[in-house]
Design a protein around this ligand. Sequence first.
Ligand SMILES: C[S@@+](CC[C@H](N)C(=O)[O-])C[C@H]1O[C@@H](n2cnc3c(N)ncnc32)[C@H](O)[C@@H]1O
Length: 212
Amino acid sequence: MEKLLSALNWIERQTHTRTNHAQMLVGREEGLYLRDFVVRNNCKRVLEIGSFTGYSLACLADGVRSASGLVTRNKDVFVDAIEINRELDYIIEEGLQRAGVSELVKVFFGDAVELLSEKRAGADNGIAEEYDLVFIDADKRQYPQYYELTLPLVKQGGYILADNVTWYGRTEDHKDAKSGGIASFNAMVESDSRVESHFVDIRDGLLVIRRK
Ligand SMILES: C[S@@+](CC[C@H](N)C(=O)[O-])C[C@H]1O[C@@H](n2cnc3c(N)ncnc32)[C@H](O)[C@@H]1O
């Protein structure tokens, strides 16, 4: 855990120094919640959509390391991630190395909807067939698509965790595309009989969705 916390400090500092978007990080409380969720639910195959500088990715991967006892990925134990922006890959890479989990993780650079759609069309782009847990934290406008594309990849009894589901209270009026995306996503999950879900009041709201 000490290694992870020190890596998180480093990632946070790098993010503040090298980007103008440090507010995008899930932060310590939610990051450790994600790690703990992975450990408690014994998740060993994890996908993250939207990695930025790798803060939540390091937390998820450390959870998989703790649940599996492994530091190298294999066909049953792995963390995949999708991120559209390649420019910050050096922070992701060094952060994961500092946390001691770089060999568990593979980052796919590209648009999440495209990569996930290719997967469903049968192209082998490396994204796995089945996950214990998917963490959604990319483009808020695309949450409904991420949900539809990833639910079939989640095993029965597995989880999708979706970040920012209150979107700082802006989902009520749906005035912009991001608020509209989150509002549609929330409504979609609520009326979906394939899943059960509950809201976790952490940071900007986390929705825990369990595939039945
Ligand atoms: C809120 S940040 C992720 C923060 C990260 N989960 C963390 O807490 O450390 C959202 C990320 O999603 C990425 N993103 C936005 N649109 C995307 C898309 N269409 N496909 C893949 N990634 C995307 C952005 O580049 C950004 O890095």
